[in-house]
Structure formats: C-alpha cells, structure tokens
Design a protein around this ligand. Sequence first.
Ligand SMILES: Nc1ncnc2c1ncn2[C@@H]1O[C@H](COP(=O)(O)OP(=O)(O)OP(=O)(O)O)[C@@H](O)[C@H]1O
Ligand SMILES: [Mg+2]
Length: 489
Amino acid sequence: MFGRRSNSEVQTRPGAAPAAAAAAVKAPEPKAATAKPSSAPAARPPEPVQQRRHSEEYYDVKTTVFNALIDTIDLTQLAKLDGQAAREEIRDIVGEIIQVKNVVMSISEQEELLEDICNDVLGYGPLEPLLARDDIADIMVNGANTTYIEVSGKVQKTGVHFADNQQLMNICQRIVSQVGRRVDEASPICDARLPDGSRVNVIAPPLAIDGPALTIRKFKKDRLTLDQLQRYGSISEQAKAVLQVIGRVRCNILISGGTGSGKTTLLNCMTSCIENDERIITCEDSAELQLQQPHVVRLETRPPNLEGEGEITMRDLVKNCLRMRPERIIVGEVRGPEAFDLLQAMNTGHDGSMGTLHANSPREAISRLESMIMMGGYNLPVRTIREMVAGSIDIIIQASRLRDGSRKVTHITEVVGMEGDTVTLQNLIVFEITGDDPNGRLVGRHRSTGIARPAFWERAQYYKEEGRLAEALSAAELVDANGNPLGDN
Ligand SMILES: Nc1ncnc2c1ncn2[C@@H]1O[C@H](COP(=O)(O)OP(=O)(O)OP(=O)(O)O)[C@@H](O)[C@H]1O
Ligand SMILES: [Mg+2]
C-alpha cells in the first residue's frame, strides 16, 4: 500500500509521532486530559451548530488508533497523494488497526472516527466541518474552547473546540506555512490565505492572552452579483441601475463601510461593470477579488520577514502599477499613504478606478482620506488635499451592516466639488429605515433624493447612459434632503 512504512503488525508507539503528525493529533495524555474532546465531530450542514460530544472512550480509542496510524504511514508520501486517495489510504489502514486492536465500534462510529482522523491528518482538524459549509461568512476562534461563526448576518457560538491551544496553534501554523509565513511567539501576528482563497488572520500568545485567535473570512465560491444583492434587498432595482451606470461610465469610486459591512463584495460587483477590453490592475493585502475580465493583473502586498526586511506596502504597489499602463486601478483597501497615489492616479487619466475604505458615512470617508494623506507626511495644506479629494473621487458608495444583521447599500453619494473649505457631497440614493417587521427584520426603502441630473451627467451622456440614469433616478421614490418622503406617503 502506498505511503506505508512497513507492512508489519501495527503497533502503538506513543511519542514516536513525527512533527507533522504531532501538529494534528492530540498527543497521548493522562486520562483526565483525554476527557476533553480532541476534535470536532461532524457538525456538517444542515446540522445545527451544536457539536456532538463523544464519550471519553471514543477519544481514548481515537488517540490509540491515531498514534498507531502515525507510526504506520509515511506522512511525506501521504502528502503527495490527492485528497481522495489519501483518505482511502487512511481508511484502509484505520480499518486494519481497528481489526488488529480488536476495537469494538459500530459502523457509524467507525465512519466518524475515520472522518475525525482524516481531518486531523490532512486538514484543519475541528475547523474542517465549518470550512466545508458555504453558508458561513466568518469563523472566529478565540482559543481552543471557543469558536463563533457568522451565518446570515448573525454571530453564533458553536460547540467546536480543539484539544488544547497547542493543537489550535499547530493548525494556525499549518495554514500560514502554506503561504510561506510563520506564526509563533517571535512573530505572533500573521495574515494568510487558505488554498480556497479564504482570508485568514492569526494572532498568537503572548499577544492573545487566552490562546491563539484565528479569524477566517470564508471565500464565497459563488461570488455575489449586483442581481443577487438586489434579491437580498441590499439594493433596490433602481439603485442597482444607478450603480451599473456609475461603473460603466468610469466614475472614480470609493466604497466606504465598517468592518464586514460588504465593501469587498460590493467592489467585486462594481468591477463587473468594467468592459472586457480594459486593462485592470488590482492591489490587495490579501487577494480576495474575483474579477471576470480577461485582462487583469493581480498584485498583493508582502509583510516584512523575520529580520524586518522585504516588506512591500500598498503604496509600493499602487506607485508601481502606475508604470504598468493600467486603464483601471482597483485598490482592495485604502488604509494609509497610498491614498495619495490612488487619488493622483484618478486625477491623471485612470478614470474608473476604485477602492474601499473603512468609514461609517460618506462624509467620514472624505475626512479619513484627508487624514491618511496628512499622516503620510506629504506636508500639503489641508485645502489642497481637499481639492485633490474633490477633484478625484466622483462617487462614494456606503455599505452598512444593520442591527438585524442585514447588509445594505445605505448611500450612493456624489462628490460635487468645494464650497469654501468644505468638500460638498450630494446624496443620490439613500436607504431609509421605516420600521421593524414581526421577525425583528428592519424594513426600509432605497429612495432617490430627487437629483435629476447628477454631476456626472455629462459623462453619462458621453457614454450614452443618460437615459438609463434618468429613468432609474426618477423611478426611485422621492425623499427630501433629510431623507423624508416628498409627496403622498
Ligand atoms: N449584501 C450582502 N448580503 C449578504 N451577504 C453579504 C452581502 N455583502 C457581503 N456579504 C457577505 O458578508 C461577508 C463580509 O463581506 P465583505 O468581505 O465584502 O466585507 P468587508 O466590508 O470587505 O469586510 P472587511 O472589513 O473585513 O474587509 C462575506 O461573507 C460576504 O459574502
Ligand atoms: Mg474587505
């Protein structure tokens, strides 16, 4: 059989497990410690989030079988097999071990044991069942015994837990080593990506006091589209049409929102308005965008190595991409001095560039941009910075996660210019909350503020999109400047 060290009788040799195996397994421990479940049994969809706890006996058997398996197989060879073949290999050996050791187990218990062991050897242990679920947005592990997930906008606690913080740390290590990084006491903060594209952050002790904290933003296989956002009620049909026009006519766009409000998702949706013949360059800290166009160059920042060298910042990327003949520059998240370079790019012929930024309102987005530039040490007068902002950004789209967990586009706002020392903004569409339904869901509407001819009207005319724009804006119900409905209701 492939991957075996020997065909001799299977023996348990505690303590002989190779390092990689030790990463996955709970080492043989005194009985009292084994009482703590070491892995997450099948908490798969659509099962409830609660994890089934096995008996102490089950964990004892698992430890014994696991150690015997580790002594039997050659993990380096196993790693060369594809997932399915490796599972089959493990299945065969585990079956033999169970026979040799005379373990009495029902078929279903055996299946569970096998699944658990495969997850520990090949994957991310107790996280596997959560990673397999498509309905989870975030997985948040706060030390070995506490794991939360976000499902349908709501954060809920799961029964998933790890044998101990060491097992959790080993899994974190395995995740980050796949992208050539390391996490330990010496470098306790690390960003990484799972092979499926999920974004990962690890912060380890001593910085995380109660054990490693692992946060995973699950990658959605089926990326959300503007049509889906409309179906979910995140935007109205008219707001969608306005966004499509904005993307198509090459407005410079800033997507603003709080953490997890849906900024990246919205940015991804907006990129769908870009034509196939445009050269697009994306700059991200962790590549999350999934552009559908053929002509895309994807760039990713790099953290410094252990000696503190080799860092490539977002600013380096944005500056460099100006030399790459971009037609559109997309910045995953603007959070520092690269704001200046992005605005310059927007000002100098790279119309239709886009970026996201953390802010709670369009007005706050403007002042965040301003302070990023000021803190970048450019030594420019505030007024010059504001003029630059007003001259570069055309549209701010505000994303929000509301108190019922739903995500909405709450503002589509134009940057129209300067009045005195202030950047003037003009809302085109706002989301107005009208109440709660009996299930605790917020009810509301996207309304046009009554601006019939936005500042980018001429641009829309140039691209022959003014008809669609006028129609969408007039179809959205009118509200006054304070968001109150004008007219009959
Ligand atoms: N309109 C929406 N309706 C339902 N789910 C959404 C919507 N927008 C985003 N999501 C989901 O919410 C999660 C967070 O979205 P996203 O990554 O876009 O947020 P973000 O604001 O970029 O977060 P961060 O600040 O962490 O970068 C994702 O799982 C995404 O699929
Ligand atoms: Mg994001």
